[in-house]
Ligand binder design. Structure first.
Ligand code: ATP
Length: 449
């Protein structure tokens, strides 16, 4: 649901063990979050869907899992050392630091333009009109490799996963005997020293990305670009269960697009704080391989055995953040409904993504014969689905509400009739309908995969 409030999602996330502040007992750390027991299940389910769709269900996309710290020359070649910057202004009165482009309400990062737009603007923190001129600031996180902390040992935590995809282009091509077109996919952590992390897990300093670079012949760029745009849209609606009403296309204007990118389309999601970028598809041309070739001195050209041509492949990139996907999935699934005069919160998650698939309860937890039967059914379902919850806390109504809140698609209740006729109550999360089902027919009734 798009009109969900961010506070509701944040509070549910904390209350039910989806997301916690990192190092919460020490007051947290801005821009860092931990996923809790339910959150990590949802994260893993999202990543599995993406990996299946991107790698396992295809025969020409290969996975890698690169190191977070790479040779710093990689980031010189990619342009991140010189250009991975955000425009900033400081407030001379209160010292607060703000993103100049956000404050000016523009996508432009041109300092001269921003200077004009920011004339007379107030500091959002203290309200004074006393801002510095915009300047740029590098967002890469630095570290030192080895015992000596000097300029020669500086390295960076990767700001995106794409870097080690490009540096492994030849390795993958050779080992997998790949011919164009082919792709390399990677899921992994990336770090950006964002100046103002905000909106819960939307803009963080430690993020996880799912990226795929598709290497192609230059003349196929328009057609392939279109395919990957459509892939992203379909993945969101069909595999993440996101409502089409909540997503839209945003084409990058000339002032927004990286200098090497020929085309860039983002899918925006209707987040509770506005329509914002979720997933980018970019035509990066031959910039990356060309640049790595220049800086490394290694030949990264492709030789086509049929046409006997030698050229630098173009790259179409598909890139999405796991955390942003997580937030979009939660916001999309979150609903408050009136049922018999009562309000329930329900996460209408796609069953594939739900952290728990089924919850099993004995009607009463102090009746050993019910508990024994419930444990039996629990064991049977757990061996089938893995993530099944045994829940005997509170009354049955409360248990259903609790499972609704975490998006469990089905609840199974064992009562005294079960002992007589081997049937259970099967409750559906979305319709709240209940039906009597024979124990050995439960599996047939569950639509999980
Ligand atoms: P933005 O304009 O929002 O800063 P970006 O254009 O810099 O994002 P890309 O470099 O294209 O983002 O990164 C690819 C994807 O990684 C984004 O579409 C987004 O889903 C995710 N992402 C980027 N930065 C962050 C961040 N700071 N926190 C969470 N996710 C992020």
């Amino acid at each position: 649901m798009s009109d969900v409030k961010l506070d509701d999602v944040v509070s549910l996330s904390k209350r039910r063990g989806f997301v916690f502040q990192a190092s919460e007992i020490y007051g947290g750390l801005s821009g860092f979050y931990d996923y809790g027991p339910l959150g990590v299940e949802l994260v893993n389910n999202i990543k599995k869907e993406w990996w299946d769709a991107m790698v396992r269900e295809r025969d020409n996309i290969f996975g890698v899992d690169g190191a977070i710290v790479q040779n710093p020359k990689l980031w010189e070649a990619s342009g991140h050392v010189a250009g991975f910057t955000d425009p900033l202004v400081d407030c001379k009165n209160c010292g607060a630091r703000h993103r100049a482009d956000h404050l000016a309400g523009t996508d432009s990062t041109n300092l001269d333009e921003l200077k004009g737009m920011l004339k007379g603007k107030k500091c959002p923190t203290c309200g004074k009109t006393d801002l510095t001129e915009p300047r740029t600031y590098n967002m890469m996180m630095k570290t030192w490799v080895g015992p000596v902390e000097d300029d020669n040992s500086v390295a960076y935590l990767r700001p995106e996963t794409a870097g080690s995809i490009f540096t492994n282009y030849q390795n993958v091509r050779e080992t997998m005997r790949a011919k164009l077109p082919f792709g390399i996919a990677q899921i992994g952590k990336a770090f950006r020293n964002e100046i103002s992390p905000r909106d819960f897990i939307f803009r963080v300093r430690e993020l996880e990305q799912m990226e795929m670079q598709y290497f192609i012949r230059p003349e196929t760029q328009d057609e392939v670009y279109e395919q990957w745009r459509q892939f992203a849209w379909k993945f969101l609606t069909e595999r993440m269960g996101i409502d089409e009403k909540n997503i839209s296309w945003h084409e990058h204007g000339d002032d927004e697009r990286a200098h090497y990118a020929k085309a860039a389309h983002d899918i925006y999601f209707k987040f509770p704080f506005g329509d914002k970028e979720l997933w980018g598809t970019h035509n990066r041309t031959d910039f990356d391989l060309g640049s790595h070739q220049k800086v490394s001195g290694k030949d990264l050209q492709y030789f086509d055995p049929e046409s006997r041509e030698r050229f630098t492949p173009y790259v179409i990139e598909s890139s999405v953040g796991v955390g942003r996907m997580f937030l979009a999935v939660l916001a999309d699934a979150y609903q408050e409904e009136e049922i018999n005069g009562d309000t329930r919160i329900v996460l209408k998650l796609s069953p594939k993504l739900a952290p728990y698939k089924v919850a099993v309860s004995p009607l009463l937890k102090n009746k050993p014969e019910l508990v024994e039967k419930a444990r039996e059914v629990y064991k049977m379902l757990k061996s089938e689905f893995g993530n099944v919850m045994y829940d005997d806390n509170g009354n049955i109504g409360k248990r259903y509400r609790r499972q609704d809140e975490i998006g469990t698609p089905y609840c199974v209740t064992i009562d005294f009739d079960t002992l007589e006729d081997n049937t259970v109550t099967l409750r559906d999360r979305d319709t709240t309908e209940q039906q009597r089902v024979k124990i050995d027919e439960i599996l047939l009734k569950l639509e999980i995969y």
